[in-house]
Design a protein around this ligand. Structure first.
Ligand code: DGY
Length: 325
């Protein structure tokens, strides 16, 4: 019997890859800067399954290039704004993501950025490493308290809720903005408010929405003007939710105290003005980047591939209509 042919667009963790190789012919694209589109189109024909990253666009052109035998695109991320679900469904291709397994790790990252931005950790480290003369001083590098403040969570899904749990440990009040009111047991003391009210009341705003046409540039000049000048913005969702130029202007003008950013509008490019500002903490999209979580994401992607190859419903299927229609 011929073994299924699988393309993995970037190296993933060894354990899930070894599992995949046990029953499939696997090609892993090794370029650390990702697979250029032209090359992807050339290597995809004939594949039965693909494990893709958020850096590849999965659309009708790619699916057509793969051919009618392609059964599944297993995205190695919880976010799937790079995957055109309608195109997958029309092509009869199952699409999956990797939710749940990265929830706590990404919430940890959001909280780390929140703390670092509030307490000027990056700036303090740069200062010490610069070798400049210093001595402890009562007015030196004062930040904002985190404990007992108000956090506004924009998008109260799994990761937003996990950030709320962490905030409660710091004695914070939690308010959230979401399209839907969550049941009281999920809210667990958090209060739903409209976005403008959230912006006005929050000392910390943490973004956890998906990227859609509705959420693109959800944060711009108007939203930053509404926020407190002492407020800190954290984004671990997707870069284009924030208008980066407007954010840089607001941070420079003192309309906001600081920002902690894991994601960028034109990733991997970072707005040069943000990099010049001391009150910005930036990390290169590390939200789910731990050994355990990347193993779990890899295993879930492989579980999804195996299910599709066996004709079973993948555990985290995004387009059930593809299997029936
Ligand atoms: C995701 O999973 O969507 C993250 O952004 C990458 O780990």
């Amino acid at each position: 019997m011929t073994r299924p042919n699988v393309l993995v667009t970037r190296p993933i963790m060894d354990d899930p890859l070894a599992r995949l190789r046990e029953r499939c012919e696997v090609t892993v694209h090794e370029n650390e800067f990702g697979i250029p589109r032209e090359e992807l189109l050339q290597v995809v024909p004939g594949r039965d399954a693909m494990i893709t990253m958020l850096t590849e666009q999965v659309d009708a052109e790619l699916l057509a290039a793969a051919g009618p035998q392609l059964r599944i695109v297993a995205n190695h991320a919880v976010g799937f704004d790079n995957v055109n679900l309608a195109d997958c469904t029309s092509a009869g291709v199952l699409a999956t993501n990797t939710p749940d397994v990265l929830t706590d790790t990404t919430a940890d990252t959001a909280f780390a950025l929140l703390m670092a931005a509030a307490r000027r950790i990056g700036e303090g480290e740069r200062f010490l490493r610069s070798g400049r003369r210093w001595i402890w001083g009562p007015l030196m590098m004062l930040g904002q308290d985190v404990h007992h403040k108000t956090i506004g969570i924009v998008g109260f899904g799994r990761i937003g809720q996990a950030v709320a749990r962490r905030a409660k440990g710091f004695g914070m009040r939690v308010i959230y903005a979401d399209a839907v009111q969550l049941p009281a047991e999920v809210e667990d003391g958090a209060t739903r408010v409209e976005l403008p009210e959230l912006l006005e009341r929050s000392d910390f705003v943490s973004i956890h929405t998906n990227l859609t046409e509705e959420t693109r540039h959800l944060f711009g000049h108007e939203e930053f003007e509404r926020m407190k000048p002492t407020a800190v913005l954290v984004n671990t969702s997707r870069g284009p939710v924030v208008d980066e130029t407007a954010l840089a202007d607001a941070l420079e003008a003192g309309e906001l105290f600081a920002a902690g950013l894991d994601v960028f509008e034109r990733e991997p490019e970072v707005n040069p003005k943000l990099l010049e500002l001391e009150n910005v903490v930036v990390i290169p999209h590390l939200g789910s980047a731990t050994v355990d979580t990347r193993n779990a994401m890899g295993h879930l992607a492989v579980d999804n591939v195996f299910a599709a190859l066996d004709g079973r419903e993948p555990p985290t299927l995004l387009n059930p209509e593809a299997s029936t229609g």
